[in-house]
Design a protein around this ligand. Sequence first.
Ligand SMILES: C[S@@+](CC[C@H](N)C(=O)[O-])C[C@H]1O[C@@H](n2cnc3c(N)ncnc32)[C@H](O)[C@@H]1O
Length: 289
Amino acid sequence: MLSYRHAYHAGNHADILKHTVLCNCLQHLNAKDKPYLLLDTHAGAGLYALDSEPARKTGEYIDGIARIWNRTDLPPALHTFLAALQVCNPGTKLQRYPGSPWLAGHFARPVDSLRFCELHSTDFALLRQEFKEAGRRVRVEQSDGFETMKALLPPPQRRGLVLIDPSYEIKSDYSRVAAAIKDGLKRFATGTFLVWLPFLPTLEARSLPEKLKKLPADWLYASLSVQASATRGHGMNGSAMFVINPPWTLRADLEEALPWLARVLAKDDAANWSLDVSADAGKLRSQHA
Ligand SMILES: C[S@@+](CC[C@H](N)C(=O)[O-])C[C@H]1O[C@@H](n2cnc3c(N)ncnc32)[C@H](O)[C@@H]1O
């Protein structure tokens, strides 16, 4: 049975990295008129109240999004994400944090299709409620995101982005992510796949990015850690995003955003970031520069 609830973690450093990457990819997709499919395989509740009991209990957003909300020195690469956050919080007070489905709904145009999968019954009900008036372009399912991914790829639009953001509470999630991407690339070689990865001191967590780098596709790997390596009881010190077939603009965006985020979100001197791309993705960028 699943027990993870994202409401305890919404707006923390990992969400900021994940959602910065997601927003910049969606903005890039919107640059062309052609419709796309967005599939969020592990969607969560969609939107989070920061005065809720779970958010107040961990206070993770306080060292996360609350540190950014009032800053006036944001690098341009973070403007897309912050503009969306402001739409989510009309007025001056930070009260809500947008999950990936909210952000997807914000960026997608009427021609685009959105599919959200969430297995946890409580979060599925909240997500369905959030999108109850969204119309036919949005479908919210209580389904296994890995299975739904197989069924939906390739999308008829032949343009698409898949976000895979498991909680990794089940060890097999690591191997399922690797298998899903491998299969996803066979079905839809030109799709953009975003995978969130936790920094945890386990073999599975450490080896997943290396496995993904071996797949036959361009990739980008971006990491952000806010403090020294996790010790017992201190939670997760950082995370990474692995992007397959990244938009050519993403590397430059993250080169600008990551140093700023590492500085502003730092909890100690060990805060750090990294950015790495496959050889061909590097070439792609120079071709488009
Ligand atoms: C990290 S949270 C998602 C956060 C969300 N993507 C965001 O950025 O706002 C992971 C979610 O995946 C759900 N989940 C776990 N295994 C799943 C599966 N196989 N298929 C669909 N949802 C799953 C969990 O219940 C949890 O709500």
